[in-house]
Ligand binder design. Sequence first.
Ligand code: NOJ
Length: 731
Amino acid sequence: MKHPEIEKRIKDLLGKMTLEEKVGQLHQAGGSIVGAFDLSLEEILTMVQDGRMTEEEAHKMISEAKRDWHEDDLRAGRIGSYLGLVGSEEMNRMQHIAVEETRLGIPLINGFDVIHGFRTITPIPLAESCAWDMDLWEHTARMSAEEAAAAGIHMTFSPMVDVSKDPRWGRIAESAGEDALLNGLYGEAKVKGYQTDDLARHDALAACVKHFAAYGAAEGGRDYNRVDMSPQRFEEEYLPSYERAVKAGARAVMPAFNDLSGVPCSVNKKLLTDILRKRWGFDGMTISDANAIAECINHGIAADRRDAARQALNAGMDMDMTSGCFLDHVKELVETDEVSMERLDEAVGDILRLKFELGLFDDPYRSDAEREKAAMLTPAHRALAREAARKSMVLLKNDGLLPLKEGLRIGLAGALASDGDEMCGTWAGIVQPGDCRSIRDGLEVEQISYDRVTEGPLPDCDVFLCAIGEGKNESGEAASRASLELRDEDIALLKRLKASGKPVVAVVFAGRPLCLGPAIECAGAILMAWHPGTEAGPAILDLLFGRANPSARLTAGFPAATGQCPSLYYDHIRTGRPAGKFKYTSKYLDAPVEPLFPFGFGLSYTDYQYSDISASQTKDGIHAEITVQNTGDRAGDEIVQCYFRDPVARRVRPVRKLAAFEKIALRPGESKRVSFDIPDTALGYFDPDMNFIIDDGLIEIHIGANARDTLRADVNFIRENQAPAANTSRP
Ligand code: NOJ
């Protein structure tokens, strides 16, 4: 929200700035690696890609090398922001140049990818989303902001709220899964956690919602690939999560790499101006993805860098992340009237506004080395990381093996069981070796005796804990997979352990849903641990030994076979021939249509019984209730999920759609009446002419423990005083 005093200061400053100084504000620079030669991060990544350098060499080079932050350019007013400058001392040194040595003393804004923790790493977003817990999401964001801000960072490129319905896409790890509502709520909680209600606080970060829009729908699950979809689907399934995060007050938005129905998001005026600014009233800053403006040449939409700069700025892009196209060409574009001074002032104004809101003009040095040291990996942060990990791991199978009894002798199998560094998952760039605790570390700290499974004869133990799945680099950006099957070594290991006749508990680490068929065959229990972060091992042991009761529920279905993707998601559209026994129905010859584990699924050490569902119409929508009882002998948290289905509509609608949920705590024997109020707008959709409508007639309400196992109540929904179907945007 604009503040009159800040607006006045922006206007005054714009009045004093030269054209060159304005252009400088639009440029976000990365640090080049200093060595015998001067290389940008992009060049190093290209060298890894084309084989001139190994990944290990690149990592060593990046982590050990000194960075050149282009001080002369900074002094000359040619840099408005940095990407990836970590460390309060270095940041203060650069800030000093910006504030003391440039003509107008405009401070820098420093951005970094603080995605699921900074030094203390919490579960990857896909994992944390399985907690269905807005308080937790907000608390962990607060913790990351405290650490990152202490290290000189002002803005995080998070939350990512890309609805991700295809687990082949590596970046599903960074999302809250396949549902629009969950992604929106996750984004809202993160924005609040990072920003607080006062961005000028020393421990606040500006949030940047990304990747606008529909990046998660990349064709074939292949990263950076095209996205082509109907406007109705876009509005109903993909836009709402960004809208919710933006309306929660996020002060920055990053357009996606992909093209959306033929127009790259970086130059997409409909997205960046019409929807974001005009429809939603966003008055923060837009920033491109890394090098994305220049990549419009590769998209075949811009003739050259100058053309790309012109299109992006005119579409509504404010800041250029590292491509340099704005820096090199905007001056000339303004001089030739291809970009208006008004548009340039708008872009610069958006950037200055965020700098004012962060308090950087009055208080440019927000941290120091002492504060930075004290903020990292504190006992309280480790405790929160452990709690978050416990609440994020999903118990997928348990034939009674879990919880394990104390005193059992454990056989520990699988390399991932002993590798703490692999536990952090994607985007955990500043983690130091030894920060994260593996299962083996956890066993050692607790002095639980175990034997390691090696190539030799199997140890004589009571139960095997077998770690399988993916390493940290196998999901995330540029880590899409064409096969989601377990790797051969994992399957062989599971079979070998099973053949011993001893019980096997599989602990699966991964950044995405995998095909777990072989694990189901070989293991009596399966715990989906994802990449759980700093306190992985201790949290896993808390759950395996029953010191905590698993409560997480999947936010993306698990495939039986890779070929089910991308039509595995729970809210798929109805067909004329729903899958059935009859041959000519919508199915596969060689795989089921249903997921192996459905959306919303997860087991507990106790049992819950659902009964007495009711639903009725209210003035504003639908009220539904259900009774849930804990019928087991342990306390637990249950996630009660409320879905609806619109059986006859003017456009083909999903088989079911999540409308609301509630996480409740139940003691043994306790029962609770859980109620939901679903606003009528949540039932609405876009008709074939793009009118937003809400149907009169039957609405089915389905409530239960997951998308598959629900009770049903019907409502004859008659919307009083419904406006004629003429509006083109959702209310
Ligand atoms: C590329 C990624 O797509 C984006 O999510 C990230 O924020 C930027 N690089 C900066 O690292």
